[in-house]
Design a protein around this ligand. Structure first.
Ligand SMILES: Nc1nc2c(ncn2[C@@H]2O[C@H](COP(=O)(O)OP(=O)(O)OP(=O)(O)O)[C@@H](O)[C@H]2O)c(=O)[nH]1
Length: 572
């Protein structure tokens, strides 16, 4: 696998692992946060349901007052009942607004409508027409409303208890306070009928009073039980103290007074109790208020704790998010560092090595200042590149030298044209071609006339210049494929392309004229005119040999010299 791919794969796996771990932790914190948020909402719902229960409980007082009054009931009592019902309706509306399911209070609404209708029907009858059984039934119906109100939010209570297990006890206690208020109300309601009818308490009513007292005491003990730190909260303690003094002392005294009056043989008729239901309610109902204050104090404490835990959940979620972001950033930074500091230089080094292997030294090599192993490697690579470049330069120099030596070996040092050795090679090649193609091959040998006297008169350097210029003149006269070489001293040889004796002779003649007519200007300004003598020979057939050809051309040249020079002679 390529290094880049491996690095990408490792980066992706690391990123996935970190994201997975962080995501899991974030998800758990998020769920706690959401659960805390839902718990808070549920807590508000619990509070709303308790308030509704309170109002329902409270409505019983004015209801009893109206049922226990004459017909029609006093306007003030009717007004109190209307106001109490309004309060209940408002509390129920608020509860409905907070409940997700709109029909969650349908059963309660129905029961409330029927209970109120019952109260109104009884209140619309003259007092004599209201039997104790009817009155009891109406009161019982009112009693049944409170548990219904509390049941509407049982699920919500459960949700908040799950979100905040630590405040469960507070919620349980506040519910117990609602129950306590309910039983306290029932205790008062038990006296409604005897007070309305000015009759002594029946045995059943007395037993009910005993039962309710016992239940109230039980609830009181349960609420006072020290079960958590929250119980020690100042507001809760103060509310409990007030409940004890107001309800369990004063409220119970009022109940006891009615009880005693009921069993007193001295009192009878309308004066038996010294008060009617409304007066009783006026005195008794305010003593129950501290019970609700206990409920409120407990609820408030629960809310405070829930808020604290909600804030804590939010705080922890924020930290988890920050933590996750920081870890991701560190990971990304580490990956970037590894990529920039290790992977990228390694890749560059690999590419450089590959280029070096291919003989490409063009890549710029900055000397790395890094002090780690990568720096060592890059420096070694730069040295390797330098060495390779040097070796390549030396090899090129060597090749150049070999080429130059080869050229020198084939070239006449003075005139720059082919030397005799090179001419022999080229001549033999061409001779082989001539044999293969069955063509004629000619050789023109020419020698500068009286060259010794040039040397003698103008010096050896001037002689050299003459040789150079003659080579230039002849080369300029020849065409492609016609070979010129210095045969030795002041002697030159020309090999035309495959041709016969006449064509070769014509070429020799052209060369002779060119030399004769070319004024040779020397470096010191002298202008010389020289001539040359030419010997031409031709070879043909499978047995043609270069030496024989030269020999024949040499003989012809000799004749040209001996017959007066500056002329062309051909083989005989
Ligand atoms: N300057 C110079 N002279 C050379 C060179 N090679 C040969 N010579 C001279 O060429 C002359 C040849 O002279 P000879 O062989 O006597 O012939 P010639 O004087 O040309 O007379 P003919 O050939 O008979 O016309 C000698 O003096 C050589 O020293 C050379 O490379 N440079």
């Amino acid at each position: 696998m390529r290094l880049t791919r491996l690095f990408t794969l490792i980066s992706a796996i690391l990123a996935l692992l970190v994201c997975g771990v962080q995501g899991r932790s974030l998800w758990s914190e998020w769920r706690q946060y959401q659960s805390a948020e839902r718990g808070l909402q549920a807590l508000q719902l619990v509070e709303a349901s308790m308030r509704a229960a309170e109002k329902l409980s409270f409505e019983r007082g004015p209801s009893n007052a109206v049922m226990g009054d004459g017909y029609p009931a006093a306007a003030a009592k009717q007004e109190r009942l209307r106001s109490a019902r309004n309060d209940t309706n408002n509390a129920l509306r608020q509860l409905q607004q907070q409940l997700d399911q709109r029909d969650a209070t349908a059963a309660l609404d129905q029961a409330l409508r029927e209970a109120r209708r019952n109260v109104d029907q009884l209140a619309a009858q003259p007092p004599d027409g209201r039997t104790p059984a009817q009155l009891n039934s109406a009161v019982e119906r009112m009693y049944a409303l409170v548990p219904l109100a509390l049941d509407t939010v049982t699920a919500a209570t459960h949700a908040s208890e799950q979100a905040y297990p630590r405040i469960t006890r507070l919620l349980v206690k506040s519910r117990l306070a609602v129950e306590l208020r309910e039983y306290a109300g029932r205790l008062g309601s038990t006296l409604t009928v005897p007070l309305a009818t000015a009759q002594p308490l029946t045995r059943e009513q007395q037993e009910r009073l005993q039962f309710l007292r016992g239940r109230l005491e039980q609830l009181r003990q349960l609420i006072r039980m020290n079960s958590s730190e929250a119980d020690q909260a100042q507001a809760v303690q103060a509310a409990l103290a007030r409940m004890d003094s107001d309800y369990f002392a004063r409220g119970q005294q009022i109940i006891s007074a009615v009880e005693q009056a009921s069993s007193s043989p001295r009192a009878s008729g309308a004066q038996r109790y010294g008060m009617d239901t409304a007066q009783f309610a006026q005195r008794y109902v305010p003593t129950m208020a501290p019970i609700l204050a206990v409920r409120d104090a407990l609820l408030q404490e629960a809310q405070l704790q829930a808020h604290r835990e909600f804030q804590q959940a939010r705080h922890e979620l924020g930290w988890a998010m920050l933590n996750g972001a920081a870890i991701l950033m560190v990971l990304v930074a580490l990956l970037i560092i590894v990529r920039v500091r290790v992977v990228a230089p390694l890749l560059r080094a690999t590419r450089a090595v590959v280029r070096l292997g291919n003989g490409d030294f063009t890549a710029p090599s900055r000397i790395s200042r890094r002090k780690d192993e990568i720096g060592d490697m890059l420096r070694a690579l730069a040295t390797l590149r330098e060495n390779s470049m040097e070796r390549q330069r030396l090899e090129q120099e060597r090749a150049h030298l070999i080429e130059e030596l080869k050229t020198r070996a084939d070239t006449d040092y003075l005139t720059g044209i082919l030397n005799r050795r090179a001419f022999a090679t080229a001549g033999n090649l061409r001779l082989r071609g001539a044999r293969e193609k069955d063509e004629s091959l000619a050789v023109i040998l020419f020698d500068i006339d009286h060259f010794k006297s040039v040397n003698d008169c103008y010096g050896h350097d001037a002689g050299d210049q003459v040789l150079i210029r003659i080579a230039e003149v002849v080369r300029a006269t020849l065409r492609d494929g016609e070979i010129l070489a210095r045969y030795g001293g002041e002697e030159f040889v020309v090999m035309p392309s495959y041709c016969g004796l006449e064509a070769a002779r014509a070429l020799a003649e052209r060369l002779r004229v060119a030399i004769e007519q070319e004024p040779l200007t020397l470096s010191d300004g002298y202008i010389l005119r020289v001539t040359a003598s030419f010997g031409v020979a031709v070879a043909h057939g499978p047995h043609a040999a270069l030496d024989d050809l030269f020999h024949s051309a040499d003989l012809a040249l000799y004749r040209a010299k001996s017959q007066g020079r500056n002329r062309v002679e051909t083989q005989l």
